[in-house]
Design a binder for this molecule. Structure first.
Ligand code: CP
Length: 313
């Protein structure tokens, strides 16, 4: 994958996955995001993308990722187009590669791609002539900017990640966020990573290297410094994997009582969209330990940093 992402000059050319990017490159992106966040707070955002055109190509719904990529690009001075898939010629059978080539011919500099099929952003990165491809989520494969913004949110609280335990809980099987989070947190040296969910929602053994895997939610939360909750991703399920949402909440919902098992002041995170009363209780989602809106806010500087890394000299 890195041979697609990294150019001959060693620079990041596309962002398809965090797998194999390495600690140094990931830390540089997070440092740049933190610097851009500080510049924005001082109303001094550099216009690094002036004269550039960024196109959002979302084949799946999105609130957070699409909006924050758009705001990030605009705040850096780029022109942004939200390509309307429903009214485009893809509905007449045009291939996604031909759509990309057509838009590239109009001098687009970057495409933000979300697609239900694993590997679509990598396919487009391989076929792009000049433009950069940024993966905004493909199937259950990867969501690299979510992984980065989650890492930044954790790093804001814990400067030394080698001392903390992070538990990722819920529908791991269908989650691109879980995979990207595990890649980035492993690369950054988190002391202990735990993945937890019902057997039917855990990937086969061996797919989560370096991670303690358990079906026991109480054990996963016990002493954790960060608890990341995931929703049931029904749109990617071929069959019903849980008996009922009420039974799921009983066993795997993060309630105040369950959170009390975690470290004092443990961070509660969720990539969104949340299903309150299914994987998380509103008292926790809106409670003092929740970093959910901090994650959303960090999405903008992280996406600025990624766009700048790919497009600015
Ligand atoms: N976290 C995330 O990808 O949210 P959206 O689906 O709203 O973009």
């Amino acid at each position: 994958m890195n041979d697609i992402q990294i150019g001959a000059d060693g620079r990041l050319r596309h962002l398809v996955t965090l797998d194999g990017l390495g600690r140094e490159r990931i830390t540089a992106l997070l440092d740049r995001a933190a610097a851009l966040r500080a510049a924005a707070a001082a109303r001094q955002t550099p216009q690094l993308l002036a004269g550039r055109t960024v196109i959002n190509l979302f084949f799946e719904p999105s609130t957070r990722t699409r909006t924050s990529f758009e705001l990030a690009a605009r705040r850096l001075g780029a022109q942004v187009l939200n390509f309307d898939i429903a009214s485009s010629s893809t509905s007449k059978g045009e291939s996604i590669e031909d759509t990309l080539a057509t838009l590239e011919a109009m001098h687009a500099d970057a495409f933000i791609v979300r697609h239900k099929e694993n590997g679509t952003p990598a396919r487009l990165a391989a076929s792009a002539h000049r433009a950069a491809i940024l993966n905004a989520g493909d199937g259950n494969h990867a969501h690299p900017t979510q992984g980065l913004l989650d890492a930044l949110t954790i790093r804001d609280r814990h400067a030394d990640l080698s001392t903390i335990t992070v538990a990722i809980c819920g529908d791991i099987l269908h989650s691109r966020v879980a995979r990207s989070d595990l890649h980035v947190l492993r690369a950054l040296g988190v002391r202990e990573l735990r993945a937890c969910g019902p057997r039917a929602l855990l990937p086969p053994a061996g797919e989560l290297p370096g991670c303690t895997v358990t079906e026991d939610f109480d054990a996963a939360v016990e002493g954790a410094d960060v608890v990341i909750m995931l929703r049931l991703q029904k749109e990617r399920m071929q069959q019903a994997h849980v008996d009922s949402e009420a039974a799921y909440f009983e066993r795997y919902g993060l309630t105040p009582a369950r959170l009390a098992r975690a470290a004092t002041d443990a961070l509660v995170m969720h990539p969104g969209p949340m299903n309150r009363g299914v994987e998380i209780d509103s008292a926790v989602a809106d409670g003092p330990q929740s970093a959910i809106l901090a994650q959303v806010a960090n999405g903008i500087p992280v996406r600025m940093a990624c766009l700048a890394a790919l497009l600015s000299p």
